[in-house]
Design a protein around this ligand. Structure first.
Ligand SMILES: O=C(O)[C@H](O)[C@@H](O)[C@H](O)[C@H](O)COP(=O)(O)O
Length: 322
């Protein structure tokens, strides 16, 4: 993998924007999306099914339950797909629609990535029609969390996203905001927060009038089998951080131990959050998060409650205990 060793431009003495990632389009122009399998109606216990919606250009349908969250009156949608393939098709349409909306409204689309299997679930964006129709030049790409390792290290979330997604789309130079991996965890978190502050100042990132924290257009979150999101782990004091935008952890229970992460106030100031969860290994925690059981200590995933809209994208296996 070729990762340019130099930074493209320097915003301040400490803030660096990672190099341009411009590569040729890779998707064949005339390829067709694979056939979509049937899906069955699905009702979540304790959640009224109020809407069935046709999704996508490809005839994808999903059962979707919409419910008002218990507190705050915010909207939470849960979509369950027969297969992860169907989930990926729907996630691509959802992302493309938001890209169009924010590109028109704001002239920019700020997208926050996680690590893990999420990157693979974005693969349909690399195919027609999206590879051709999305205004990639409007995209600004961030990470909700990053492991403090070199960018070409196998553990790097940047490398994962670059290899599987970013290297295959024509983003503009300077619009991919990776951490400064030459710094300590603490230094990298400060550096990233300084970068976000600058981008808020120049109106690339929106600011939430309600919270005073940055308001990203779309945060794409994965979830660990323990219920962690970003690098916010169950029972960790960082769950309570309410001042910093970006912080660091040196004792992550999931290796590697040193990471930086957005804090909950930032995650929850977002306009849209997609929680993308697939596989039977996540069914227990999905049940805890979305079922009727009352757990006294909230899991991190249960603390996700955006200013805007939260949509769960589940495959049948992840939803099997609901
Ligand atoms: O840096 C990380 O460790 C990841 O960002 C992590 O938070 C990931 O998103 C979840 O663990 C879900 O990962 P999977 O989808 O691969 O289970």
């Amino acid at each position: 993998m070729a990762i340019a060793p130099t930074f493209l431009r320097t915003l301040s003495s400490s803030v660096r924007i990672f190099p341009p990632i411009i590569s040729p389009l890779v998707a064949p122009q005339n390829s067709v999306l694979p056939p979509i399998h049937h899906r069955r109606a699905f009702r979540l216990k304790g959640v009224s099914l109020v809407e069935k919606r046709k999704l996508g250009c490809c005839g994808v349908k999903a059962s979707m339950a919409t419910t008002a969250a218990e507190k705050g009156g915010d909207k939470k949608k849960v979509e369950v797909f027969d297969t992860e393939e169907d989930l990926a098709v729907s996630l691509a349409k959802y992302t493309a629609d938001l890209s169009e909306k924010f590109s028109k409204e704001r002239g920019a689309f700020t997208v926050v990535l996680s690590g893990g299997s999420l990157i693979k679930s974005l693969r349909k964006l690399l195919e027609p029609p999206y590879i051709d129709s999305i205004e990639w030049s409007k995209w600004h790409v961030f990470w909700v969390d990053e492991r403090v390792v070199p960018k070409d290290h196998v553990d790097s979330n940047y490398k994962l996203a670059y290899d599987g997604f970013l290297s295959k789309i024509p983003l503009l130079p300077g619009n991919v905001y990776a951490i400064n991996d030459a710094l300590s965890a603490e230094g990298a978190a400060d550096d990233y927060e300084t970068c976000l502050k600058h981008l808020v100042k120049i109106n690339v990132i929106d600011l939430s009038a309600a919270s005073g924290f940055p308001k990203f257009d779309l945060v794409l979150l994965g979830m660990g089998p323990d219920g962690h999101v970003a690098s916010l782990f169950p029972g960790h004091p960082l769950l309570k951080e309410n001042e910093k935008w970006v912080t660091f952890i040196k004792d992550s229970p999931k290796p590697p131990p040193e990471r930086i992460t957005f804090t909950f106030p930032v995650v929850n100031s977002s306009a849209y959050i997609a929680l993308v969860v697939a596989g039977a290994g996540k069914a227990g925690v999905v049940q805890t998060a979305l079922g009727n059981s009352q757990n006294s200590d909230k899991l991190p995933v249960q603390m996700v409650s955006p200013e805007g809209e939260l949509t769960w994208f589940l495959d049948k296996a992840a939803a099997s205990k609901l």
